[in-house]
Design a protein around this ligand. Sequence first.
Ligand code: BT5
Length: 241
Amino acid sequence: MRVTFREMRARHLHFDEIGSTMDAARREAKIGHFLLITAESQTRGRGTRGRPWKSPKGNIYFTIAVPRRLLPAARLSLYPLEMGIVLRKTAASFLPPANRENLKLKWPNDLLWEGRKAAGTLMESTADHLFVGIGINVREAPSITDGGTPSACLVEGGAAADCGLALAKSFFADLQSRLASPALENLPTEWKAKALWNKHFHLRDRADRPRIFPVDVNSEGHLRVRFDDGREEWLVSEYLA
Ligand code: BT5
């Protein structure tokens, strides 16, 4: 019998401090369960490609284990964009309505407040689960000294200083209900409507950190960028700072 999203069991574990919610989620995930691990601080928070994620108290750090067998392959390719859409929408619901449009996406799923990074997403997977790890700066915007995008926190946008845990739980519920519905056919269009355009970024991991402008996102979720000399390129995975 095929088990549907709505029949899945959900579990939540909360920690004051932890190494990384990604590792806890890997330890605790059980086949067929949605799992939410939340933490108030992390001692070994990580970003993509081994980069550190500063995780002081005052913010929220969480990982969701999504049972992989419920994710059709076709949906997986656009999953990073879909995570960004859900993250932006959930976070925006914690801001006063007048400020919500200032929350934008940076490809593929960073959350920007007034152009600075307020949340980042890390995706890892095993044969049974996809792990979606999110760090949201609620009260603290740590200083960024390693060449990454400058940081922001949601309190700057009017969020309540103590909303972190509620936000993580709300994202968990929103993600489950989103995944229970079919993927939107126009997902890239939906993503593009909420992204920050008309602003340059740098390709952080390339020699001389060339400056680019994001131009478009295609049906596979790739980003087209324009260099200062007019050249254009499609990016599949790359860090924009
Ligand atoms: C990310 O990586 O943006 C993914 C971050 C995912 C963190 C969550 S927290 C819960 C779960 N458990 C974990 O251990 N990780 C996940 P990336 O795009 O590679 O960005 C990393 C870069 O962001 C760093 O090199 C810094 O430049 C910058 N950075 C570090 N801490 C930050 C913070 N708190 N706020 C904004 N930027 C930060």
